[in-house]
Ligand binder design. Structure first.
Ligand SMILES: CC(C)(COP(=O)(O)OP(=O)(O)OC[C@H]1O[C@@H](n2cnc3c(N)ncnc32)[C@H](O)[C@@H]1OP(=O)(O)O)[C@@H](O)C(=O)NCCC(=O)NCCS
Length: 160
């Protein structure tokens, strides 16, 4: 009997404290200035909307959103390198925006390096627009600093 080809099972579920070591390892692989274990644990502890993306039960990405006073902020999102480019980042972003909407957020903000073309492309394709710029906000891999683009989306657009 021939083996059946099965689609991988992609699931988005709340991040647990026990996910933090795996989440941290992904963050350290893909981020230029990675968050620490304490920041991830703190976000879970204060009740931010923290999610992981799993592929056949293995954590391959995460997203963190905060909400307050009608505004949501996407604080972090990453997909592990081998899993990038397969639509998981878009799926996590849509999920975070659905969460923002469910909290009643009128606007959702995020910050991104202009050099991060993949991320900027993803956010713009979802309907985010630039609303500000923080000059020399991020440290770079080398010496020097890089601006942060402040992007925002209001409401829940058709492009989602
Ligand atoms: C940014 C990131 C989350 C995107 O996740 P992903 O799963 O790779 O993205 P997707 O496969 O869902 O692609 C969504 C969109 O991103 C853009 N994108 C993704 N990979 C790209 C690539 N190699 N080249 C150009 N654009 C790309 C495209 O706009 C793409 O849309 P399309 O599918 O219609 O072409 C992921 O690259 C990542 O984790 N990067 C490192 C951490 C990081 O930079 N986080 C964001 C900090 S602000």
């Amino acid at each position: 009997m021939s083996a059946l080809l099965q689609e991988p099972e992609i699931v988005l579920r709340p991040m647990r404290e026990t996910d933090v070591p795996t989440v941290l390892a992904i963050e350290e692989r893909v981020a230029i200035t990675p968050w620490t274990e304490g920041i991830f644990s703190g976000c879970i502890g204060v009740g931010y909307s923290c999610w992981v993306c799993t592929d056949d039960d293995e954590v391959v990405g995460f997203g963190v959103l905060s909400y307050g006073s009608g505004e949501a902020h996407i604080l972090n999102i990453a997909i592990d390198s081998p899993a990038q480019g397969k639509g998981l980042g878009r799926r996590m972003m849509r999920h975070l925006l659905e969460q923002a909407e469910s909290y009643g957020a009128e606007t959702t903000f995020l910050e991104v390096r202009p050099s991060n073309k993949n991320a900027v492309g993803l956010y713009e394709s979802l309907g985010f627009n630039q609303v500000g710029l923080r000059r020399e906000y991020y440290p770079t891999r080398d010496k020097g600093r890089e601006d942060a683009l402040i992007l925002a989306i209001s409401g829940f657009t058709e492009t989602l």
